[in-house]
Design a protein around this ligand. Structure first.
Ligand code: PMP
Ligand code: GLU
Length: 393
């Protein structure tokens, strides 16, 4: 029988590179290969006890049925209070919907505001899934080239120019940034938001790493900028700060008519976020003592400091200190030139020959760089970096 082609949309979508390389490292490990995986963007800590207990209690109490597609009313209310208490945002329960993770929140938000070839700016470097999520929303991703010389934070004028050139309708901002770890100052955020507003853009602000910040820096949400509330969609949740990657739970907040539209899309495409996970995320929203979070942060910080000094000792590699998230974006351009590889081939060789899994910068729109995740034990980091150094020498 002749083959019926897949849809154009399906053909336009690639596998998630971060998930694919992580899975490949896991398969190699299962085959008995001694791989050090510094690929996954996933905390290596267990979910906090309070989260797990809340999930267990939900199951015991029989909270296993459908909920409203936009989420249980008390979870929406708790999400709104959490966004206010922790991030200084001003949302009512009706402005927040509960989603099956930050990824679906991005998908639903982008589907609500763009389509039919609308251009969406992606300031590089960016999490590779943005490209495919914009395409799934029938938009067109437009890369704004990375500015490593500006510590990876674009100036307002660069955004205005890119928006005008592309006739863009939206922009995705992600601070703290995956993969650069950039955390802009309040003034920089205000400049970016003023530029986006001047250019008439929707702003999707992915703040999933907002609580993983070091060096006394602070997160300032674009939604707090003057005049921004009507134009900004905020994506957040406990995925990274509370090691909840597998629970598939998050929040989308923004102007009421936009989150209502996103909720309608969710009602048809997904239904509700897992009921048990909704009860579990309440433990994040209602957390009154953040001592455990601070302990996890201290562990990430210790690893970060170690990685920065260790990587910078390897000839040909440089690493600017990341101030947020848990990634090290290593400049490997001199090494690539010397070996005649691009970053994809370099990562490939590091995995096949040195048995250390990293993600190439190309899919993040920062070719010549490689991303190392320091959400791994010190032992793994030491061994991984030792292997990289040995391979390159
Ligand atoms: N945004 C960024 C920048 C990420 O790195 C990730 C990776 N998980 C996500 C969103 C998705 O988070 P979630 O697991 O909550 O869907
Ligand atoms: N966001 C994580 C990363 O950047 C992995 C999960 C995913 O890509 O969905 O590695």
């Amino acid at each position: 029988m002749s083959e019926i082609p897949l849809s154009a949309r399906a053909r336009a979508i690639t596998d998630s590179i971060t998930l694919a390389i992580t899975a490949r490292a896991q398969t190699m490990k299962a085959q008995g290969v001694d791989v050090v995986s510094l690929a996954a963007g996933e905390p290596d800590f267990a979910s906090p006890d309070a989260v797990r207990e809340a999930g267990i209690k939900a199951i015991r109490d029989g909270q296993t049925r459908y909920t409203a597609a936009t989420g249980m009313p008390d979870v929406r209310a708790a999400g709104a209070s959490w966004l206010s208490r922790v991030f200084g945002l001003n949302y009512a329960a009706g402005d927040v919907i509960v989603t099956a993770g930050a990824k679906p929140a991005l998908m639903l938000g982008l589907m609500a505001i763009c389509g039919d070839g609308d251009r969406v700016l992606l300031p590089a470097p960016f999490w590779p899934s943005y490209v495919d999520i914009v395409k799934l929303a029938l938009g067109v991703p437009v890369i704004v080239p990375a500015v490593p010389e500006q510590d990876f934070v674009h100036a307002g004028a660069q955004i205005v120019r890119a928006a005008r050139d592309a006739k863009a309708k939206g922009i995705v901002l992600n601070y703290p940034n995956n993969p650069s770890g950039a955390v802009p100052t309040r003034a920089q955020v205000e400049e970016l938001v003023a530029a986006a507003l001047e250019a008439g853009l929707w702003i999707v602000s992915d703040e999933i790493y907002a609580r993983l910040i070091y060096d006394g820096r602070e997160h300032f949400s674009p939604a707090r900028c003057s005049g921004a509330a009507e134009r900004v969609l905020v994506v957040n949740g406990g995925t990274k700060s509370h090691s909840m990657t597998g629970w598939r739970i998050g929040f989308l907040a923004g102007p009421r008519h936009v989150v209502d539209a996103a909720g309608r899309i969710q009602s048809q495409a997904i239904g509700n976020a897992c009921t048990i996970s909704q009860r579990a995320v309440l433990a994040v929203c209602n957390e009154s003592d953040d001592a455990e979070l601070r302990a996890r942060l201290r562990a990430f910080d210790e690893r970060r400091r170690w990685v920065v000094q260790a990587v910078n000792q390897i000839p040909g590699l440089t690493l600017a200190t990341p101030h947020g998230a848990f990634y090290a974006l290593i400049d490997a351009r001199p090494v690539c030139r010397r070996l005649g590889y691009d970053d994809v081939e370099l990562a490939e060789r590091l995995l096949s020959d040195a048995k250390v899994a990293l993600i190439p910068g190309g899919p993040f729109a920062i070719p010549g760089f490689i991303r190392l995740s320091y959400a791994a034990s010190m032992k793994e980091l030491e061994e991984g970096v030792r292997r990289i150094a040995a391979f390159l020498s």
